[in-house]
Design a protein around this ligand. Structure first.
Ligand SMILES: [Cu+2]
Length: 174
């Protein structure tokens, strides 16, 4: 479907551009007074230029208004549960591992040694949230679980020989 639309739209634009080239080629033989044409099209150029700048400004502000994207999804009146996470070679220190469905949680993630990756997986092994665990920095992940279950924390950054044993589990109940 999208391919067909892209194909048709491309054809329309290519035809339009070819038409403009043809028009210019045909008209190029014609001799006319230059001054009035210049005046008219300079005005048009200013108009289209200004319109473009305004349009792009509006589109840019509109599409980027939610930056930064990793904002908490809960209201101001809700206090999130703060969970400290520290990655190390080769495991996780997680200050709290039991949560409720609908409970807003803020994971503050850092590392004790090298860079690790903090990834939260659901029971089907789909990655549902992640951030980098970096020594000297704290990265924040906001999440509110809407399904109960056992979630796994896996390291997403190859960090040494036993990288694959960096698995922790958290429980989410109704
Ligand atoms: Cu690791």
């Amino acid at each position: 479907m999208i391919q067909t639309v892209a194909w048709v739209v491309s054809l329309i634009f290519m035809t339009a551009i070819a038409g403009i080239f043809l028009f210019v080629a045909i008209k190029s033989k014609e001799k006319r007074e230059y001054e009035p044409i210049k005046k008219k099209w300079y005005k048009a150029r200013t108009f289209y230029g200004t319109t473009l700048v305004i349009a792009f400004l509006v589109i840019t502000i509109y599409t980027l208004r939610e930056l930064p994207y990793n904002q908490p999804l809960y209201g101001d009146e809700q206090e999130p549960t703060i969970v400290d996470v520290e990655a190390f070679q080769f495991g996780w220190h997680i200050s709290e591992k039991e949560f409720k469905v609908g409970e807003p949680i803020e994971f503050d993630v850092t590392s004790a040694d090298v860079t690790h990756g903090f990834g939260i997986y659901d029971e089907d092994r789909n990655l549902i949230a992640q951030t980098q665990a970096m020594p000297g920095y704290t990265n924040t992940v906001y999440i509110t679980f809407d399904e109960p279950g056992t979630y796994e924390i896996l390291c997403l950054e190859y960090c040494g020989l036993a990288h694959h044993v960096m698995i922790a589990t958290i429980e989410v109940t109704e």
